[in-house]
Design a binder for this molecule. Structure first.
Ligand code: UN1
Length: 517
């Protein structure tokens, strides 16, 4: 079912002007050419139109970018960490100064509503601040030695070049999580953004280069390569890339992981999620409804942390679903730059087709679907853009479609009677990124977070599954890939550890009491 709306979308020429102004403001000088010219297509999901052509990185240029980063590493690794922190501090200042322009590009290129786009840039500013503090805290342990006159300790050293592959849905924040941490750790970075978001990448690259110039760091500390799969594969296979940090689909991770392992490189994978929230009878339903609607419908269901499954106690299921459906009916869907919009567009037609297919399958499986219809706006762009009302689907059971991650705003609802059953449902999917429980019963909350509780990398209480702060380690288990990015001690993945045993005695006792000669 589709709904035709009478409001229209902005004209492509107007969006082009806004992109040019934002790129000019951040100091990006790459020449954009008219759509249809050779190069990478820069488009917008707001209207589904092509805005510009962007120069694509050739194989030789990609090789040169890795070489530059490898060269910069030779001096960056011995630059004192707090001095490295000064570069990240400068990047943070530039992000503060250009927050609105960068957010505007995120809105135009990824379709995020303004508030979420600003939030994404804030996440970049936050990780810069975190990383600056970290630059004075790359702590190693000292360890009790079993031998007299010996000291045992561990030291942390930079790894080398970090290849960063990012997805369209967080086109700037995920780069910054990796780059801010990698830079203070003494690594250098080569970034391959999603081919769907080259414009935001050009803006970030302009800012990091300016930050590098301002503090006297080599520009080679952070390079950008633009292109599709081939360019990413160069990072995957190049032995100069010590760590490959990749965000994207499980399928992508299944290809990337073994290829990096084959050459004994390190991989940090942040892949799909199929996140659930359990709602128990004691839950504060007002709060739960707000948390659920933001996590399930926010970002038009296109976060890896999006809430996709609701596991609700049978006694409150009708009431809760009724309230969510009511809230969904009131969600303004449309131009993400418009002040009152809460749900922007899907990224492209394929995302829409995937959503339609999933809803059809859910219906075949006995699901009862509320919402999910396409909204077509007046004018030409109506046909090429993909706006949908978020969907709620009451499922009789957790069928295959519920186990799959469809990157669209579909919330499947399942019911349970006993908490054990709810936890088993939470854990029954192949992915393990985020999860939450809404309850006022501390026993239930603690069980959910315990060893026999949620098997996810993120397990929340009384908040939704999305919208994590940068201070915690971000990532998940099982098919989510096991990597951890951003806060806590995630920095350790960006460094190598050396164990040092120092003998300051004049004897040579061997460990384990061994005598030799
Ligand atoms: C992602 O969707 O890849 O927790 C990252 C969140 C955001 C990050 C999501 N801070 O929803």
């Amino acid at each position: 079912m589709t709904t035709i709306t009478t409001t229209s979308l902005p004209a492509a020429e107007q969006l082009r002007d806004r992109v040019r102004a934002a790129l000019r403001a951040v100091g990006a000088t790459t020449a954009l050419t008219p759509p249809g010219d050779p190069g990478l297509v820069a488009s917008t999901p707001i209207t589904g139109e092509t805005l510009f052509s962007v120069p694509e990185t050739t194989a030789e240029q990609a090789d040169a970018a890795i070489a530059e980063a490898a060269q910069a590493f030779t001096t960056w690794r011995t630059t004192p960490p707090p001095v490295r922190g000064a570069l990240v501090a400068r990047l943070g200042e530039l992000l503060v100064a250009h927050k609105s322009e960068l957010a505007e590009l995120v809105t135009i290129e990824a379709g995020k509503i303004t508030s979420e786009a600003l939030g994404e840039v804030q996440e970049m500013i936050d990780i810069c601040q975190f990383a600056v503090g970290l630059s004075r805290q790359l702590y190693g342990k000292t360890i009790a030695s079993e031998r007299p006159g010996h000291r045992l300790m561990e030291t942390w050293h930079p790894l080398g070049v970090v290849g960063v592959i990012t997805a369209f849905n967080f086109p700037v924040a995920v780069w910054s999580w990796n780059t801010a941490i990698a830079l203070v750790c003494g690594d250098t970075v080569v970034w391959k953004p999603s081919e769907l978001t080259p414009l935001t990448a050009l803006a970030c690259q302009a800012l990091i280069e300016r930050a590098a110039d301002d503090v006297g760091a080599p520009r080679g500390v952070s390079r950008l390569v633009l292109g599709s799969r081939d360019v990413g594969e160069r990072l995957v296979d190049d032995p100069r890339v010590a760590l490959l940090s990749a965000t994207g689909s499980v399928r992508m991770g299944q290809q990337v992981g073994p290829r990096v392992a084959q050459r004994f490189g390190k991989a940090l994978l942040e892949l799909g999620g199929n996140n659930a929230a359990i709602v128990t009878p004691s839950a504060d339903l007002d709060l739960a409804v707000r948390g659920i609607v933001f996590s399930a419908a926010g970002t038009a269901g296109q976060r890896c942390t999006t809430l996709r499954r609701l596991i609700v106690h049978r006694s409150i299921a009708d009431e809760l679903v009724g309230r969510i459906v009511d809230a969904y009916r009131q969600l303004p869907v449309g131009d993400p730059a418009a002040a009152d919009t809460l749900v922007g567009p899907l990224i492209h037609e394929t995302a829409y087709r995937d959503m339609v297919r999933a809803l059809d399958t859910a219906r075949t499986d006995g699901g009862e679907v509320f919402g999910g219809e396409r909204r077509i706006f007046d004018g030409e762009a109506g046909d090429t853009s993909y706006y949908v009302a978020p969907a709620v689907v009451r499922m009789p059971a957790q069928t295959d479609v519920v186990h799959a991650e469809t990157f669209a705003p579909i919330l499947y609802v399942l019911t349970y009677d006993e908490l054990d059953e709810a936890i088993a449902l939470n854990n029954a999917v192949p992915q393990g990124l985020s999860s939450s429980i809404f309850t006022l019963d501390m026993r239930e909350a603690e069980r959910f977070m315990s060893a026999e509780g949620s098997d996810c990398g993120i397990a929340n209480v009384n908040i939704g599954t999305s919208g994590a702060e940068i201070g915690g380690a971000f990532g998940g288990e099982k098919q989510t890939g096991g990597g951890r990015e951003s806060g806590s001690d995630a920095w350790k993945a960006y460094m190598r550890r050396a164990t040092n045993t120092v003998n300051y005695s004049s004897e040579l006792p061997l460990a384990q009491g061994v005598h030799f000669g």
